[in-house]
Structures are given as C-alpha cells and as structure tokens.
Design a protein around this ligand. Structure first.
Ligand code: 13P
Ligand code: SF4
Length: 319
C-alpha cells in the first residue's frame, strides 16, 4: 500500500503517528482520505469508534459537522478535530429545536426520535436519536403507537412501512438533496443491462426507489452485503464515495452507481490538504465543540439508543 500513496498521504501518516491521532472517515469521504484513515464506516460505526478512542491524543474526524459533534460528545477527554468545519449537512437544517418543541405541544406524550443528521441543539430537544441502520429498531423499542420523527421524510416513510407505527413527520419537507437524485428509471435502465445486479438503496432515497431495491440499508450494511454476497454485480443508490470504496476493495465485482452525479458537496469539503493542515497546526477553528449545557442530554439520547440496541453503555466504552 505504501507504494501507492502520494506524498501528502505519506506526510499525513507520519503526522498521525507523531500526534498519536486516530483518523476516522465516513464512507462518503474522498477515497484518498479513506486510505489514510484508521477506520471508515457509517454514522453509527463512527459514533461507536469515537467512544472507543481511548489511548489516542486526538481524533481527526473526516465527515460532516453533526457526525464530528457526536464524536466530541462521546469522547469528552480527547479533542476532536474536523478538517472542514464548514461541512454542514443540509438535511440537518430542516428541523430546529423550536420546531421540535412546537410539535411536542401538538402531540403531547409522543416520544421524539431524531435522526443523527441534526444539529446539537435539535438533539438536545429530543428523547432518543437513531441512525439509518438503527431507526426501525429504535422506534420499535419505544413500545408506543405514535412517534414524532425527523428530519428525513423518506427514512420516516421507511420506518412507517417497516413498523406499522404512526410516524409523524416533524418537518414533512425534510430530505437529503443527494439521495433525491436517484430515480426508478435510471435503476431500471441499469437493470436492463445487468439483470442479475443486486440493488442496494439508502433509506433516504424516495420510497419508489426503496421499492425497487433488494435491500434498503445504511452505508455500513451495504459494505457488509457486498463483502459477504456471492453476487458479482451491485447497483448502489447512495453517495458515490461508497461506490468508489467498494469498487476499490472488490476489483472482482462490478459496483455501479445508481447515478454517478450523486455527490455530497459538504462531505467533499474535507481534503487531504485540510487533514494534513489539522495534524500540523491543530487550529482552534477546527476543534469541534458542543455547548456544555447540551452535552449531558445528548449523551443520554445516544445512551438510550445504545441500550435499545443492546450495546454496552457509553460509560463503559468511553475514554
Ligand atoms: P449512514 O449512517 O448510512 O452512513 O448515513 C449517513 C448519511 O449522511 C446518509 O446520507
Ligand atoms: Fe447530509 Fe445527504 Fe450529505 Fe448525508 S449525503 S451528509 S444526508 S447532505
């Protein structure tokens, strides 16, 4: 692998060692960043990894800001840096804490489940968080007939269909602009050419796209299916960073993007140059902070998710 690395990647690996840093990256990061990371995964896997960062002096989190904030909450003893602090997920802006409060008054007693793609302020107004891989399990674990859910309306619809529970959208317009790019006609064209291809779609895709998929799953679960499956060809309806990762890891398989323009501009604001800069200078502006008065409640909402999943408590895994 060393031979394939460019100078900047080699420099990052040296700095990583010198700083005793853990680099973690979301599946949508540029492949060149994924290659210098210690761990690459979906949002739940990255949250878990950050709570296990014991022994490192700092974490460099390559992803969007809400993910890095989760890491900062879960890893209070270790500074977390984000190479691009301006990388904000637009889906997160659909639901504010005020909106959650207003919905709570309209639906008294209904628990509020928010997708991790939310700001720290919104998380601090909810009862429990979920990720794309855990949404169904979390909602089911509450044992209630009605749940307030946001901000993604397509993930909400997926949970509604899977559980039969009344899911009230906190914001009925909430969507991800990247996953909105996929459509059934593109997938049908690819299926004509590759009839044996297995279709994997993220639950942020339109319900019609979910309907034509063989699996509707998180990016981490997509990676597992491609690794374990005996099928040779896959059509992937999520951001192209995962497609590039899977094609690189499985050169014997054909990994097709359901649409090759599905690029998350915010995720791509991180770059090798910015990772190197963070490791060189540890700039204050790249340090991820969550207002102290929000940290306790956000930890509780994550702890409740861990409990519902049967995971060990954060307190037992945290550094
Ligand atoms: P995953 O948790 O499936 O990686 O999803 C995160 C995300 O931002 C999807 O757009
Ligand atoms: Fe946010 Fe969509 Fe980008 Fe995921 S792909 S980080 S939901 S904008």
């Amino acid at each position: 692998m060393e031979g394939e690395l460019v100078d900047l990647q080699k420099r990052i690996l040296e700095l990583k060692k010198k700083r005793n840093a853990l680099i973690i990256a979301h599946n949508y990061q540029l492949l060149e960043i994924q290659k210098v990371a210690d761990f690459v995964g979906d949002s739940l896997q990255l949250a878990v990894k950050s709570s296990e960062a014991k022994g490192y002096d700092l974490v460099v989190f390559c992803g969007v800001k809400f993910m890095a904030e989760m890491a900062a909450v879960l890893s209070p003893e270790i500074p977390v840096y984000i190479p691009a602090p301006e990388a904000l997920c637009p889906l997160a802006s659909f639901v504010t804490a005020d909106k959650v409060q207003a919905m709570k008054q309209e639906h008294p007693g209904a628990p509020v489940v928010v997708y991790v793609n939310t700001t720290a302020e919104t998380k601090s107004s909810c009862d429990i968080v979920c990720t794309s891989s855990t949404a169904v399990e979390i909602v089911e674990s509450l044992g209630v007939d009605k749940v307030l859910f946001g901000p993604d309306k397509n993930l909400a619809e997926y949970v509604r269909r899977q559980t039969g529970i009344e899911i009230v959208d906190i914001e009925p317009k909430g969507h991800c602009y990247v996953h909105r790019m996929f459509d059934v006609a593109q997938i049908a064209l690819l299926k004509e050419e590759y009839p044996d291809a297995v279709v994997l779609a993220h639950p942020e895709c339109h319900p019609e796209v979910q309907d034509v998929a063989d699996y509707v799953i998180s990016t981490g679960k997509m990676a597992k299916i491609v690794e374990k499956s005996t099928s040779k060809t896959f059509i992937i309806a999520t951001e192209v960073g995962l497609v590039e990762q899977l094609q690189d890891k499985h050169p014997d398989k054909i990994i097709l993007p359901a649409y090759d323009g599905a690029i998350c501009i915010q995720m791509k604001k991180n770059s090798l140059e910015k990772v190197a800069e963070v490791l060189e200078d540890l700039p204050e502006r790249n340090l991820v902070t969550v207002p102290a008065h929000m940290v306790g409640h956000i930890r509780e909402t994550i702890e409740r998710m861990y409990q519902a999943l049967g995971r060990p408590s954060i307190a037992r895994t945290a550094n």
